[in-house]
Design a protein around this ligand. Sequence first.
Ligand SMILES: Nc1ncnc2c1ncn2[C@@H]1O[C@H](COP(=O)(O)OP(=O)(O)OP(=O)(O)O)[C@@H](O)[C@H]1O
Ligand SMILES: [Mg+2]
Length: 155
Amino acid sequence: MSNYYQRVLPDESETLEVAGRLAAELAGEELIFLRGELGAGKTTFCRGLIRRLGHAGAVKSPTFTLVEPYVLEGGLEVFHFDLYRLGDPSELEYIGIDDYLEGRHLCLVEWPERGEGFLPACDLQVTLELAGDGRRLTIEANSEHGEQIIQRLSR
Ligand SMILES: Nc1ncnc2c1ncn2[C@@H]1O[C@H](COP(=O)(O)OP(=O)(O)OP(=O)(O)O)[C@@H](O)[C@H]1O
Ligand SMILES: [Mg+2]
């Protein structure tokens, strides 16, 4: 039994598609980290995920706002973070990170390494790497719940 899922994504549409497949397996209270260099496709992945959960509008990069909230049909709340411009991990305390992470929300965090020490362990870690003109996607489980999601995704 493998605790990761890996695929090559030849173009943007594939990133959106696989993110949508992952969205369909979520309970809506996961913490997901997204890693990869600038332009690797992290926001694209979040866009595919948030759209599949029912959001019809734009999914912009929360580069300057740090976090973008979404309230979806059925009351599901999603918080999309981009910590790239965080000056220091301790600033997460000032934006009230604990309030975001507690409770039944889905939290997506781009650049989690910038918040090291102030973020709890995630359920899933999504890594995107450049591979020719496309990307290599790896989704790793980091909790028991995350492992169940990987199993379902791999079927
Ligand atoms: N599988 C793919 N193959 C090729 N290009 C892709 C793929 N997935 C996404 N892209 C493209 O990569 C570019 C950058 O994507 P995106 O903004 O999602 O990156 P990011 O990782 O969020 O960057 P940042 O670190 O700046 O937030 C976009 O032009 C997008 O269309
Ligand atoms: Mg981004």
